[in-house]
Design a protein around this ligand. Structure first.
Ligand code: CS2
Length: 434
């Protein structure tokens, strides 16, 4: 049997790649590998490889039993069986959803990158065939980013073998999938009639664009609706800047103003206007002539964000800002500067993030930042102008040309001052009429 070993079988993978693989219906099965707790693997084994997908569309709710992930392993239960799965000759694809921070060095012994390097070494030593490493995370050029991380962490003879035998296609993945909650488990127990510990809920929309560059075959994913293309970059850029960029902006704004879910932000006319404004600014930074239609995409995104049946927490999206802002906010802002376009929406979003990093909502409630660079971010000075200067001076965050742009810096500081003095809600209300 041909296999995919998937590292990071969280809610998103279970609602996305697993479904495409099941719908391809050509015999591929997935082994899920958890890098952290053994809870997921234990639950899937107990459930004989079955879980429930709950799809909340505009015309009702569907409950589906999924069996694409027939096996699960956890590093917490031993590295040996995981390495064994990764090095089997019939493992043709190793895919990953390890979030943005999974690709940021340094890579310690428990990281996905270290595990991959070890597995590739074993494949090479055992004379096993080549394999495809497939990143399914929201990063620009995710295939190239993965290739650089893996090759950079490998000794030179292994790096040569990787260059000859391993492929790293880029992908654009999209499906809004909130984290699984106790409420969902209760709903599934009632509706599907069994105590599923790992159900997942998602929207009806789903998109997967994949660079067709595989070392040893792949499922017939296009049969399941995926788009196999020579170059993913234009799709990825549009999605990261318009969907994820607007998501991050509304997550900071929303969490600070007491909006628990994305749909709550969209129900507030002033905030919804800012979301649309952000998407327009992001669209203006995209390369023309790609054949994509950013304005239709924008309208579709606004409808998806408004979906009243999806409870997607702003606080969930707000985490890991240091890993998300560069590709979602700073890269388009830099392009806007380069093209002489207005940077106001990007400055506003950056000011919201900076205010969020203060750790208190407008109502005074404290929360955890949840960011791998939390220590640096929490130590930023509080005076608005100094705060902006200190953020812009942090390494590996803003591109140099953007950090050096006086207009972007001044607008960000002006917004932060207004938010600090009048609160975020008052600032957004005025801003919606700008
Ligand atoms: C979100 C994404 O949590 C986040 O940062 O922006 O997970 C988003 O929901 C997905 O990329 C949608 O495909």
């Amino acid at each position: 049997m041909t296999r995919i070993v998937h590292i990071g079988p969280g809610a998103f993978h279970r609602a996305h790649q697993a479904i495409y693989t099941e719908d391809a219906a050509d015999g591929w099965q997935i082994t899920g590998v958890s890098l952290r707790s053994a809870d997921f693997a234990d639950a899937l084994i107990k459930q004989n490889g079955r879980y429930t997908l709950v799809t909340r569309g505009t015309d009702g709710i569907e409950y589906r039993q999924v069996t694409a992930m027939s096996k699960a392993l956890a590093i917490a239960n031993g590295r040996g069986p995981v390495l064994d799965a990764l090095t089997q000759a019939d493992t043709r694809i190793i895919s990953l959803t390890i979030t943005e921070k999974g690709y940021a060095p340094p890579f310690d012994a428990s990281s996905a990158i270290t595990l991959l390097v070890q597995a590739l070494q074993m494949r090479k030593d055992a004379g096993r065939p080549g394999v495809t490493l497939l990143s399914c995370d929201n990063l620009t050029d995710n295939g190239a980013v993965l290739q650089k991380a893996v090759t950079g962490a490998a000794p030179s003879d292994l790096a040569d073998w990787i260059a000859a035998h391993v492929r790293f296609p880029s992908t654009m993945v999209d499906r809004i999938t909130p984290a699984t909650t106790a409420e969902l488990r209760a709903e599934v127990a009632e509706q599907a009639g069994w105590a599923d510990e790992i159900p997942v809920e998602t929207e009806a929309f789903s998109q997967w664009v994949i660079e067709d560059n595989f070392a040893a075959g792949r499922p017939d994913w296009e049969h399941a609706g995926a788009e196999l293309v020579p170059d993913v970059a234009p799709y990825e850029q549009m999605k990261l800047r318009m969907l994820n960029g607007a998501h991050s902006m509304l997550a900071y704004c929303g969490h600070l103003t007491g909006k628990v879910y994305v749909r709550d932000v969209m129900a507030d006319p002033a905030l919804a206007a800012l979301v649309a404004r952000h998407m327009d600014a992001a669209a203006a930074t995209l390369d023309p002539g790609t054949g994509l239609n950013p304005s239709a995409y924008r309208d579709q995104l606004l409808t998806r964000f408004r979906n009243p049946h999806i409870a997607h927490k702003t606080y969930q999206i707000a985490m890991d800002g240091s890993q998300k802002m560069p590709q979602r906010m700073f890269a388009p802002a830099q392009d806007a500067v380069r093209r002489g376009q207005d940077v106001t929406p990007f400055s506003f979003a950056t000011a919201c993030w900076l205010h969020y990093l203060g750790g208190r909502t407008d109502a005074g409630d404290a929360y955890a930042l949840r960011d791998p660079r939390e220590a640096e971010l929490a130590a930023l000075p509080s005076h608005p102008k100094d705060r902006v200067d200190a953020l812009f001076a942090l390494p590996d965050l803003l591109p140099a040309a953007l950090a050096a742009d006086p207009d972007f810096r001044a607008k960000t500081a002006a917004y932060l001052l207004a938010i600090t003095q009048h609160g975020l809600m008052a600032t957004t209300k005025e801003d919606a009429h700008v």
